[in-house]
Design a protein around this ligand. Structure first.
Ligand SMILES: Nc1ncnc2c1ncn2[C@@H]1O[C@H](COP(=O)(O)OP(=O)(O)OP(=O)(O)O)[C@@H](O)[C@H]1O
Ligand SMILES: [Mg+2]
Length: 275
């Protein structure tokens, strides 16, 4: 099976949010609730993502951000809720799919960067091997294509190609995140999920990774959901922002509006603490 060629970059990156939001959403989640024993991780959460935008999700530790992102990657199921993606082969409520179909759908169309690189990478395999493995899961079997595509994705993630054979365990945190990013974008995903992609990196490395994400967004107009507890990161990247607290969405809106005129007392406290 061969993989689709990378999509050409659009002439004009779609940054006009009001216009963007008139198109049908690529992602629609409604009424997601999830408990772990007595802990309510998510309570009636709904989320919408439009093609080409960056949705930022911010909130304190334990507010349910990672749980929500795992749902978007179909790694977990809610106690109740509905999930639709406007991508080929995705019909109906995706939580009704079996494990195999979920894995195939997400392997082909959804990329994810985990906060903890150990969750996203095979630490003992080469960096290019990590990216190739992702392509293999999606059905690519041609050896030459695997190598070429892995290299291309690592290059697009601004990974130094002379280190392509290095194992993630030998790499710095920033480089590990670039390998995760390469793996996530190798198949030109319709949706890129980023869970605290810069947390734990020092400020200068954080800025470099954010620059790479911004460039990818600009050049390829990849739809992104970016989770961070760092308002600065969200402000740099997001078009729209969803604020979570204790498993609920307390406020959402255009990024400018959230930062300049926050409505909910929790958002006000977050924004003022940052200023
Ligand atoms: N597999 C699990 N088993 C038990 N409890 C869980 C599990 N996953 C998440 N939780 C709980 O659900 C709540 C939300 O967790 P989640 O990881 O989604 O928060 P978060 O907003 O991502 O926090 P952080 O900013 O610290 O990463 C927490 O109370 C957490 O302990
Ligand atoms: Mg988390």
């Amino acid at each position: 099976m061969s993989l689709p060629s990378p999509r050409p970059a659009p002439q004009q990156p779609p940054r006009d949010l009001p216009r963007l939001m008139t198109t049908p959403p690529i992602l629609a989640m409604t009424g997601i609730s999830r408990r772990f024993g007595d802990v309510v991780a998510l309570q009636d959460v709904s989320a919408t993502v439009y093609p080409g935008e960056v949705l930022g999700i911010v909130g304190e530790s334990g507010s349910g951000k990672s749980t929500l992102l795992r749902m978007m990657n179909l790694e977990d199921s809610p106690d109740s809720g509905d999930y639709r993606l406007a991508i080929p082969g995705a019909a109906g409520n995706l939580f009704d799919l079996d494990r195999y179909r979920r894995r195939m759908l997400c392997a082909r169309h959804v990329g994810i960067v985990y906060q903890n690189p150990h969750l996203g990478l095979l630490m003992g395999h080469s960096s290019s091997g990590n990216v190739a493995e992702r392509l293999l899961i999606a059905g690519e079997r041609r050896f030459a294509v695997l190598g070429g595509r892995a290299r291309e994705a690592l290059d697009a993630s601004e990974f130094p190609l002379e280190r392509i054979d290095a194992r993630p365990i030998e790499l710095s945190g920033g480089m590990q995140q670039r390998v995760q990013l390469a793996k996530a974008i190798a198949l030109e995903p319709a949706l890129l999920l980023l869970d605290e992609p810069t947390t734990g990196l020092d400020v200068s490395v954080q800025a470099l990774v954010l620059d790479t994400l911004k460039r990818l967004q600009r050049d390829r107009a990849i739809t992104m959901v970016l989770v961070s507890h760092d308002l600065g990161v969200i402000r740099t990247m997001a078009d729209r922002v969803m604020v979570m607290r204790r498993g609920r969405v307390v406020e959402e809106g255009l990024a400018d509006q959230i930062f300049q005129d926050p409505q909910h007392p929790y958002t006000q406290a977050l924004v003022h603490a940052k200023l």
